[in-house]
Design a protein around this ligand. Structure first.
Ligand code: GLN
Length: 545
């Protein structure tokens, strides 16, 4: 068997340079050349996973099939590669320390003093090799979070140094991503920050094999030569990463810069065929040349920060392209929505998505928005908390249960139409204790959701503690709200929909996590289609007047 090859991606100068997108784009090119490639992310913070982090802190928490709460970069990996990731693809300093300390408590270190080197670094190294040892991959790309020189990154950088040494030349390489800033006053691109960053990496014993330079302007030949000379890399290994209008352009940009070829040469791997990106480029064409434009309201309470709803926004890009439609997402803060202003705030929208969320803030605004779109027959899509709020809205305004609520928002409500699951009642720890990961759901024939998936059994990813209270199900169904998807074992309701409405669907799970470029999620695809139809219908009724 050929040895697994490792690519480490580090970052310098500043954060937010798009290491995740570079890693995903390189992986895409290697995959398109026929290599089984995966990407993993190592984050230097002490949270055991990002599940306990506020979205304002760290953006969305992405969830895998096996129920790991992970960094949102794993979402990019899945969207680009169309291969599911798992718990093993995301490691944090907290999770490394936790397992080392647990081993120490079990006495596994046999009386030794437990130290950062070698115990923490050994744990990091074994996690870095875990996916490589599974036999499922030819190439493993490891993205190291943070920037070189940070105190908290040091154990990771040292582990990479040791692995480069142990695996040997040709089996492991380092890519260093830096910024080449443009000074407007001098009208010049500057290489000095990159030189310093490479030097910092060198001080830790790592020589960058490839430099990826984020820039707003083209790097001249001269500048590439300068960077090569002062940063100790070959000229062809100076890769330009110019700002792109969409992240989905980056694989093509990296192909043009030959990032994949340079990496394969350094890893002593054959280039095989030219990467087949035909499907990817078909998607790009549709994305860039839409025939329709729709306005979709995204109603949530974290709307100030784009990254909070990353997977939802990307799912609209995928499903928009497959409908040849530009989906203009209009962010609406649920906290500032009320019965008086809802018509004005939702005016001109062709559809509304009510977002997932936790806690009381902004829920009444979500309920008002749902009432408005239900009564005005505007396409509606509720995800997790969005679905729960649709049940509450229907219970209050159609069933007449005025105090209907979720026990998450009002533990004392007389009508807990959404309540906590039995097995959650005694859970006190917050981290990793929700209903997480993939669960089955059985769809009822003849329903909207069945026609969307076109199959009876589906599996989708979850992240929540509360559920529809089945005591109210009969009454809700009698009043016209249908449970069209149910977990076959637990009987928990997974999907609700309304019959007398052009498109009204709420799901307890998170379909956005499974939407990829190659496989846009079917509910998003049909929702976008419904918004286009809504707009056309409105247009034709306007013409008739
Ligand atoms: N707060 C709700 C629950 O825990 C919904 C969670 C979510 O939207 N992901 O059930």
């Amino acid at each position: 068997m050929n040895p697994v090859k490792y690519i480490f991606v580090t970052g310098g100068v500043t954060s937010s340079l798009g290491k995740g997108i570079i890693a995903a784009s390189l992986a895409k090119l290697l995959q398109a050349r026929g290599y089984r490639t995966t990407i993993q992310k190592f984050d230097p913070y002490i949270n055991v996973d990002p599940g306990t982090l506020n979205p304002y802190e760290h953006g969305e928490c992405f969830v895998t099939d096996d129920g790991a709460e992970t960094d949102l970069d794993l979402g990019h990996y899945e969207r680009f590669l169309n291969v599911p990731t798992s718990q093993a693809n995301n490691v944090t300093t907290g999770s490394v320390y936790l397992s080392v300390i647990e081993k120490e408590r079990r006495g596994e270190f046999l009386g030794k003093t437990v130290q950062v080197v070698p115990h923490i670094t050994n744990e990091i190294k074994s996690r870095m090799k875990l996916l490589g040892e599974s036999g499922n991959f030819d190439i493993v790309i490891t993205e190291i979070g943070g920037t070189v020189g940070d105190i908290e990154s040091l154990p990771y950088i040292e582990s990479v140094r040791q692995l480069l040494w142990e695996l040997g030349e040709g089996n492991a390489i380092t890519i260093h991503l830096t910024l080449v800033p443009y000074l407007a006053a001098a009208k010049e691109l500057k290489t000095k920050p990159t030189q310093h960053s490479v030097k910092t990496l060198m001080e830790s014993g790592i020589k960058a094999d490839i430099l990826v330079c984020r820039t707003e302007h083209e790097l001249s030949d001269e500048l590439r030569e300068k960077l090569a000379l002062f940063c100790n890399v070959k000229k062809e290994a100076v890769i330009q990463s110019i700002d792109a209008s969409t992240i989905y352009d980056v694989p093509n940009l990296m192909l043009k810069e030959k990032l994949d070829v340079v990496a394969l040469n350094k890893l002593r791997l054959p280039k095989k065929s030219r990467p087949d990106l035909s499907k990817w480029n078909e998607f790009l064409k549709k994305h860039k040349k839409p025939k329709h434009t729709v306005n979709v309201g995204l109603i949530g309470k974290y709307v100030e920060l784009q990254d909070s709803y990353k997977s939802i926004l990307e799912a609209f890009v995928h499903s928009g392209a497959s409908n040849q439609t530009r989906v203009n997402v209009v962010s609406i803060h649920s906290e500032y929505l009320n019965r008086k202003n809802v018509a004005e705030k939702l005016a001109g929208l062709d559809g509304v998505l009510v977002a997932p969320g936790f806690g009381e803030r902004g829920v009444e605004g979500k309920i008002e928005a749902i009432r408005y779109v239900r009564e005005n027959k505007i396409p509606f899509f509720g995800i997790c908390l969005g679905m729960q709020m649709a049940v509450i809205e229907y219970s209050r305004n159609v069933l007449g249960l005025q105090d209907a609520n979720s026990t998450e928002m009002n533990p004392k409500t007389k009508n807990p139409v959404i309540h906590i699951m039995e097995d959650q009642k005694h859970v006190t720890d917050k981290g990793g204790t929700m209903r997480l990961g993939a669960w089955d759901c059985q769809l009822k024939k003849g329903t909207l959701v069945y026609s969307i998936y076109n199959q009876e059994m589906i599996s989708e990813r979850h992240r929540h503690r509360f559920e529809l209270n089945n005591t109210y199900l009969k009454d809700l169904e009698k009043a016209g709200l249908m449970a069209s998807g149910v977990n076959p074992k637990t009987k928990l309701v997974e999907v609700i929909e309304l019959k007398n409405h052009p498109f009204f669907i709420g799901v307890q799970y998170h379909p956005e996590y499974k939407s990829t470029v190659a496989n846009p999620h079917p509910i998003f695809v049909e929702f976008v289609k419904a918004t286009v139809q809504h707009k056309q219908h409105l247009g034709s009724t306007r013409l008739m007047v």
